[in-house]
Design a protein around this ligand. Structure first.
Ligand SMILES: Nc1ncnc2c1ncn2[C@@H]1O[C@H](COP(=O)(O)OP(=O)(O)OP(=O)(O)O)[C@@H](O)[C@H]1O
Ligand SMILES: [Mg+2]
Length: 387
């Protein structure tokens, strides 16, 4: 067991995070702009000395963790060998499950249609533009069916009737959105790849990245809220690809850091239709044996998947919205944890006072309140050369 200093309590006594080297689920909850990301960076840079770290970076905030830029004076922690992967895309063939497409935003009714046409890679050549062409060609009138079949029969595609107007409209417009987002790319080396996404790479083997790089930051590059479904589809796929590798990483199982966890691991009924949620829930509830550690960062526990919350073993909480699941997981009756703990936390932007509470579940409700010691700097390069 190693102890990582989180900050100090009001008497100046250090408060430590217990790094056990075994399976843990760390839940970091605090309202917007409270200082979660800074705290999490502090924590994972230190954990990285003892185990691999894999970050799902929502907007590219974590690539600078290669440089010592947020802790001050007494301690500069960073991950010099953190490898950031950004600007990647997926192939049509990567999304071979119905759930992938529903995660992306296709309706449960239309996703099977997509799956059917996907099979014809002799027509679309794994190229989203050619796939889109095929969708645009779909006959919506009875008298168009014949010419469609004439055109595609040689490829083994034959329709028995027309496609409903609104169905076609919605799959075509959804596919357009996905194409424009850059989630799907034409095969690297093809003319369309060179024309449309020349700088986007395809990761053929996500699992191999875990073996190649000591620490990995996956920049999802989410810019608008429209991209949330696409982030879910990407993260779901990546986690799925990591799985077989995790089983062999004995002793080197990573810490996974999930930023904006309420987007990627949301409170939703149909977990199997949000692949990132489905995977993360399993990472938390089923894959303990691999020895992984999970760290979720969220503004509001009510927006997060309740099963994932229930799996949490270590809580770091700033001020946030009440949640009954959080309360019950902490073994607190009602919302007592809010009355007793959260209400006394101080947040003062001007004096940079940000108090958090550290709790270990199953520890009889015992908690420690601490303040992050260091003032962080806003200049990522300021401490770059300091060690
Ligand atoms: N301990 C600290 N001392 C000084 N400034 C801090 C500290 N922690 C965070 N800040 C500053 O407060 C702002 C918010 O911090 P941060 O991005 O870590 O918050 P957050 O909770 O992750 O926000 P969001 O909810 O938007 O993700 C940043 O400008 C950061 O520099
Ligand atoms: Mg943040």
């Amino acid at each position: 067991m190693r102890w990582i200093k989180l900050g100090s309590d009001r008497f100046g006594k250090p408060v430590y995070f217990p790094e056990t080297h075994s399976y843990n689920v760390i839940m970091v909850l605090a309202r917007a702009r409270y200082g979660k990301t800074i705290l999490v960076k502090n924590l994972y840079t230190q954990i990285s000395k003892h185990r691999p770290v894999v970050i799902f970076d929502y907007q590219g905030e974590h690539s600078e963790s290669r440089y010592g830029n947020w802790l001050s004076r007494d301690q500069i922690a960073f991950i010099p060998d953190l490898h950031t992967i950004s600007n990647f895309g997926f192939y049509l063939s990567d999304f071979d499950q119905m759930q992938d497409w529903i995660s992306m935003g296709f309706s449960a009714k239309n996703a099977p249609l997509i799956m059917t046409f996907l099979k014809f890679d002799n027509i679309h050549h794994n190229n989203p533009l050619e796939f889109l062409e095929l969708l645009v060609d779909l006959p919506t009138r009875d008298d168009e069916v014949d010419s469609f079949n004439k055109r595609y029969a040689e490829f083994g595609l034959f329709l028995h009737g027309r496609i409903h107007d609104s169905t076609k409209q919605s799959v075509v417009s959804m596919m357009n959105i996905v194409w424009q987002s850059g989630l799907l790319i034409p095969p690297v080396g093809s003319k369309d790849h060179a024309t449309h996404f020349p700088s986007k790479i395809h990761v053929d083997d996500w699992g191999a990245l875990l073996e190649t790089y000591p620490h990995l930051n996956i920049n999802l590059n989410i810019v608008t809220s429209n991209s949330i479904p696409l982030a879910r589809a990407s993260v779901g796929k990546i986690l799925d690809r990591f799985l077989p590798y995790l089983k062999d990483l004995r002793g080197k199982a990573p810490l996974f850091v999930v930023e904006e966890a309420d987007f990627i691991c949301p409170n939703a009924m149909d977990a199997e239709n949000i692949t990132s949620l489905y995977q993360l829930r399993n990472y938390v509830l089923k894959h303990q044996r691999t020895g992984i550690e999970m760290m979720f960062v969220s503004q509001d526990p009510n927006l997060m998947d309740q099963f994932t919350l229930m799996g949490a073993t270590i809580w770091i909480m700033g001020q946030h919205m009440k949640s009954s699941v959080t309360a019950s997981t902490l073994n607190e009756s009602d919302m007592d944890y809010h009355k007793d703990i959260i209400h006394q936390l101080k947040f003062d932007r001007y004096s940079n006072k940000r108090q958090f509470a550290l709790m270990l579940s199953g520890n009889g409700g015992h908690y420690e309140i601490f303040e992050v010691d260091d003032t962080c700097t806003r200049d990522p390069l300021k401490h770059r050369f300091r060690k």
